[in-house]
Ligand binder design. Structure first.
Ligand code: PMV
Length: 318
């Protein structure tokens, strides 16, 4: 049996985080220069069905049988096995690693799950279709933060820019012009379930005000979809800035995020906003090709822990 090695990319939300949990659309893109990997090594020295899970990034080296059913890695293995129902389960070790910042709004949990499911289903000779992997990853995402919208598992599994609306058919975005994105990490780690719960509490206290904010974010995301398809970068940047103001109204930005966002805008970004759950994690800036260097330098100078650049060149649906 050969060694199997599969990857899954990070993701970044361009528009619509938080509002997407309440039925509004979101736009997200894969970030392929950071990724999660899963490697499966057959173990012929053990009797069948012995599964070892190793994830050195989180100091995990355990037997699958000893992990709690709801441990996200064990759940990724369990759901894959349940989906495939193999007649025979050989013994193997699954090694997981990732270069995606954790709890930083880049979908690291979803990427690990997708990589594990891709590797394990291929190892068992029954590679799962993307849609199934996305749906099963959604089930694991629920263990991470309770009420996920589904955007993370979708963009990570499909590896395409997506316009996503809960319960609706997925739209892979056709993007005309390459867009340059600069992503900067505040270094503050805030789990998504915390910010989602904080927003949920505020929404429960003041539904009218919060529904209005979600609707405004939804309008911006709809405009951004058209703008992105047309390649109108200046307007896209303005929409990012408007989205950021509304995220500030939801109280999910943070002083460090605000500092980085301001630094990127002053260095020539067409627009900048937080991305993902917020209160830390990453921000994203839209640059012109001639301003990227300045934006990267300004973000580093303003204290970014890590800066990642990505160019969206993919024209989906060709
Ligand atoms: O922080 P991330 O990358 O998991 O993104 C969360 C996006 C939210 O809209 C805040 C939550 C969700 O489930 O869509």
């Amino acid at each position: 049996m050969p060694i199997i090695y599969k990857k899954a990319p990070a993701k970044i939300i361009l528009f619509g985080e938080h509002a997407v949990v309440y039925g509004q659309p979101a736009i997200a893109i894969p970030v392929k220069n950071v990724c999660a990997t899963a490697r499966i090594l057959p173990d012929i020295s053990k009797k069948s069905g012995h599964i070892r899970i190793q994830a050195k990034d989180i100091q995990l080296n355990a037997d699958y049988a000893n992990l709690s059913k709801d441990h996200p890695l064990a759940a990724s293995v369990r759901l894959t096995l349940e989906e495939i129902s193999p007649v025979h389960i050989p013994s193997f070790t699954i090694q997981i690693s990732s270069t995606i910042p954790v709890s930083a709004g880049m979908g690291s949990g979803a990427a690990v799950t997708v990589a594990v499911m891709r590797a394990l289903s291929s190892f068992l000779g029954a590679p799962l279709p993307t849609e199934t992997i996305s749906n099963l990853t959604y089930e694991v995402e629920k263990l991470h933060h309770g009420t996920p919208s589904g955007v993370d598992n979708t963009v990570v599994a499909y590896e395409k820019p997506v316009y996503f609306e809960r319960g609706k058919t997925l739209e892979a975005l056709k993007i005309k012009h390459p867009t340059h994105w600069v992503i900067a990490d505040t270094g503050e780690k805030t789990p998504t379930h915390e910010t989602v719960s904080a927003v949920r509490e505020k929404h429960a206290q003041n539904p009218e005000e919060y529904d209005a904010i979600f609707e405004n974010i939804g309008c911006i995301t709809k405009k951004a979809r058209r703008t992105l398809i047309q390649g109108d970068m200046d307007n896209l940047g303005k929409l990012m800035n408007q989205n950021q103001s509304l995220l500030e109204n939801l109280d999910v930005s943070s002083p460090r995020l605000n500092t980085l966002i301001e630094a990127a805008r002053s260095a020539g970004a067409s627009g900048a906003k937080l991305s993902g759950g917020g209160r830390g994690g990453n921000m994203i800036a839209l640059g012109r090709s001639d301003s990227i260097k300045e934006i990267v330098q300004a973000l580093k100078k303003a204290g970014a822990e890590r800066v990642i650049q990505t160019i969206l060149t993919e024209v989906a649906g060709r």
